[in-house]
Design a protein around this ligand. Structure first.
Ligand SMILES: [Zn+2]
Length: 559
């Protein structure tokens, strides 16, 4: 996404903003040594371990491990996406985001005509619900499902009369085709997509109609039909009911993900304005990331049948990469034969909310799912548990949830071959390293950490004029990569350096681990970082030369 906004502009913003001022305006900071401290806004704690460093233009929490630059802070604190954070930051320092930077060059398309036709058709369908002779059927159906006129209005429900050219005889044909409202069969055969259906307009979170869902009122098939994907409607991005939910509350305690339109409406009818539904697709990672911008707790709600169970497991797997500290995912499997609508009707709101409260946390759902059918009393069963769990664990970002899962698996497997643990990321290593003295950290890690924390130290390495071909060490590729980036972009501090890697999540996580690594003694402002860097780097070179020499000898002996 940052490709759309010129790199120079991002540099300019990061150069103008002072991260201490920015964070202080959200979380009051106290000076402590050469950095600033506060109680961490991203996890609950009694004593402050959230630290902001002006020289590095970087924040970091020693408690929960978060860290980043000014852009990352705004994204995390205000639940913004990258472009939104840039816009806010530009406002904070008082400069304008170049307008053309907000849309990709060459692909500047105007969709206003498309949005306009979708809006007009929605209004048209809503009128048919009230005034078309067939609309009575739809109104009867809504009444039979206990839905009030108020809900119908709030969700802008409509009716598409059973006719082949209701829309095409009234609106611009090309726009109807582009909006997916008319099916184009070729050789002039065109007809309305939605016929004889109750209509659910789908709005994006900015209150623009992007598509429709339609439900039959008899037993014909398909029961539900959705607009196809169009230039303004991407199913993996939109969620039914999200706009209506946010209108009621911008920061809901939790959001419940249900299976269909009618579930969202039924819950809203009972004043539970916190559910959304994916649109004829499985919930995607993009859906979940979007929802986590508004709440910290998501509950998947699925039917109790086999299809529902399978859908739940699929959805849960999508959720693994989104599991950052402070986020909670739960799973609520409904009793057989019930849906949210029937359940809330038969049990009442309180009982339904109690079920939500009691729904299974993801960790226990996960363990149950991967150990289903396995005999954990046997070594084979335990080994199988680990091999089934591993691919999922590997997808989870480092952090509290992953560590908890690994611990739980360790318990269950009674220590059976848990090399998942060896895949410790730099970040986890960094967190551990804070507890041990820095002398235990490998010199190549010290080099990476100090370089990332002080990009200007690359000059020290440049001045040495090394023959890299004659050095062999584990982190050489990573180190050379960073040196090349520093050489090319000349970042002024850690915050600017990490920004260059924003699009590369894997590398960014690796680098952030080193940015957070505490290699200098805490509360020692006089510590000579450059001397430590030079010392560690010389040690790396020494070892690397020896390694290179050993490898050379081994090759010679073999030949
Ligand atoms: Zn924290």
């Amino acid at each position: 996404m940052s490709g759309r906004i010129p790199r120079e502009f991002i540099d300019e913003i990061l150069h103008r903003v002072d991260i201490v001022d920015l964070i202080d305006s959200h979380v009051p900071l106290k000076k402590a040594g050469n950095s600033f401290k506060a109680r961490c806004p991203f996890h609950t704690e009694k004593s402050p371990s959230f630290s902001v460093n002006r020289n590095k233009q970087y924040y970091h929490c020693f408690g929960c491990g978060v860290g980043g630059n000014a852009i990352s802070f705004l994204m995390a604190f205000n639940h913004l996406d990258f472009v939104e954070a840039i816009e806010d930051l530009a406002g904070f320092v008082g400069i304008d985001v170049p307008r053309e930077a907000l849309s990709s060059p060459g692909k500047k398309r105007d969709f206003s005509a498309l949005y306009a036709i979708l809006e007009r058709v929605a209004v048209f369908y809503a009128e048919q619900l009230r005034h078309h002779p067939q609309g009575v059927k739809a109104v009867e159906y809504l009444k039979s499902r206990g839905l009030s006129g108020e809900i119908a209005k709030q969700f802008c429900l409509g009716y598409a009369p059973d006719d082949w050219d209701m829309l095409s005889s009234r609106f611009d044909m090309q726009l109807l085709v582009d909006a997916g409202l008319v099916v184009n069969k070729g050789n002039g055969r065109r007809y309305d997509r939605f016929r004889g259906r109750l209509i659910f307009p789908i709005r994006d979170k900015r209150n623009r109609i992007v598509g429709f869902g339609g439900r039959v009122l008899d037993d014909s098939l398909p029961k539900y039909l959705n607009s196809p994907e169009t230039e303004v409607f991407l199913k993996g991005k939109e969620l039914y009911g999200l706009f209506e939910l946010l209108e009621k509350q911008s920061r809901p305690k939790r959001i419940v993900i249900v299976e269909g339109y009618m579930d969202v409406l039924a819950l809203a009818q009972f004043n539970m304005h916190y559910s959304v539904a994916a649109l004829g697709t499985a919930t995607s990672k993009m859906h979940l990331e979007l929802l986590f911008r508004f709440t910290s707790e998501l509950v998947f709600c699925f039917d109790g049948d086999v299809a529902g169970q399978n859908a739940a497991w699929k959805a849960v797997q999508e959720a693994f990469p989104c599991l950052k500290d402070g986020r909670q995912v739960k799973v609520m499997i409904l009793p057989q034969g019930q849906d949210p609508d029937s359940l809330v009707r038969s049990e009442g709101v309180d009982a339904f909310e109690q079920r939500l409260q009691d729904s299974q946390v993801l960790s226990s759902y996960f363990i149950e799912a991967v150990s289903r059918g396995l005999n954990l009393a046997t070594i084979e069963g335990r080994a199988q548990l680990i091999s089934q769990a591993r691919p999922h664990i590997e997808k989870m970002p480092a952090g509290f949830f992953r560590e908890m899962m690994v611990d739980r698996l360790k318990e269950l497997s009674e220590g059976a071959i848990l090399d998942v643990l060896d895949a410790t990321t730099a970040r986890q290593a960094a967190q551990k390293s804070e507890m041990v003295t820095s002398s235990l950290i490998k010199p190549e890690w010290v080099v990476l950490a100090l370089l990332i924390q002080n990009p200007e130290m690359s000059e020290v390495i440049e001045e040495m004029g090394l023959d890299w071909d004659k050095l062999s060490f584990a982190t050489k590729k990573g180190l050379l990569g960073i040196l090349a980036v520093i050489d090319r972009y000349r970042p002024k501090n850690t915050g600017s350096l990490l920004e260059i890697y924003r699009e590369d999540a894997k590398k960014l996580e690796w680098l952030t681990g080193f940015a957070n690594m505490q290699v200098i003694p805490p509360n020692n402002d006089d510590f000579d970082q450059e001397a430590a860097f030079v010392g560690a780097f010389k040690r790396v070179v020494e070892l690397a030369e020896k390694q290179y020499f050993d490898e050379l000898m081994a090759r010679k002996l073999r030949s």
